[in-house]
Design a protein around this ligand. Structure first.
Ligand code: SF4
Ligand code: SF4
Length: 247
């Protein structure tokens, strides 16, 4: 067992859980303060609960037993309860066996599926931000917070971002604000998105000036390949006119 201390269960990101599974952990348990007994004003334990419910549905979607992820709430004074739930979870995980084995997925296939979801974690958090921040009144309401159909649609309708070379004016705003340096371009050079690096955060779509409107959202169809580097240079209007008047 490996214990990782955080100041609030709300700090445990979806990506952390996926990373643990990607690194071969057989189970992940998150311990948080009792609901409505948060030490801060943030009630991050609700965020943790919502994240776990979402992650369990994603696990189901990729063929991983959702029982490998658990969240338990208790107060700092309930050491015995902590020991009990850890023992219980340990037994459960032991019974499930090594990751992927009881789930009947090939190790490599599982790894690539987890990596695929990890890459989409920022996108998933943006798309599901309202539900992830919700605080429902009754415990039973949490049962259907995320549905299987919803998760299927989430992965089916993934949005990709593409820069229309006809519209890009090389203002460089998107490249400066991309959090993962996925946009390649320079002054007077049409910008292109490296789809391998892009985490689909949508920032470029938001910041591209409306008068250019060069960034497009694409869903359900392949993203066009980037234009070759030698065709990316933007020629100014005056130069174009000059070129046209040359004999
Ligand atoms: S959506 Fe745009 S800003 Fe966000 S990672 Fe992809 S290229 Fe960068
Ligand atoms: S913000 Fe829009 S116009 Fe400016 S470089 Fe990016 S895609 Fe091109």
């Amino acid at each position: 067992m490996k214990l990782i201390r955080v100041m609030c269960s709300g700090r445990v990101d979806l990506e952390f859980v996926l990373r643990a599974f990607s690194n071969g952990m057989d189970g992940v348990m998150i311990g948080g303060c009792r609901l409505n007994e948060c030490n801060y004003v943030t009630h991050g334990n609700y965020d943790a609960l919502n994240m776990v419910l979402l992650c369990q549905k994603i696990m189901e979607h990729i063929g991983l037993n959702p029982e490998r992820l658990r969240i338990e709430f208790m107060s700092a004074g309930e050491g015995l309860l902590l020991a009990e739930v850890i023992n219980d979870f340990g037994k459960k995980v032991e019974a499930l066996g090594p990751l992927g084995k009881s789930d009947e997925i090939d190790e490599n296939e599982l790894k690539s599926k987890i990596e695929e979801v990890r890459k989409l974690a920022p996108y998933i958090k943006i798309v599901k931000r309202e539900k992830l921040a919700s605080r429902l009144e009754k415990e039973e309401d949490y049962e259907g917070l995320f549905t299987r159909e919803e998760i299927e649609a989430l992965f089916r309708d993934v949005i990709s971002y593409y820069i229309d070379p006809e519209k890009c004016q090389a203002c460089m705003i998107c490249a400066r604000q991309c959090p993962v340096d996925a946009i390649m371009g320079a002054k007077k050079q049409i910008h292109v998105i490296d789809q391998e690096k892009c985490i689909k955060c949508g920032t470029c779509f938001e910041v591209c000036p409306p008068r250019f409107g060069a960034v497009k959202e694409i869903s359900g169809e392949p993203v066009p390949p980037p234009i070759p580097e030698e065709k990316r240079t933007i020629i100014g209007k005056s130069k174009k006119a000059g070129l046209a008047s040359e004999p």
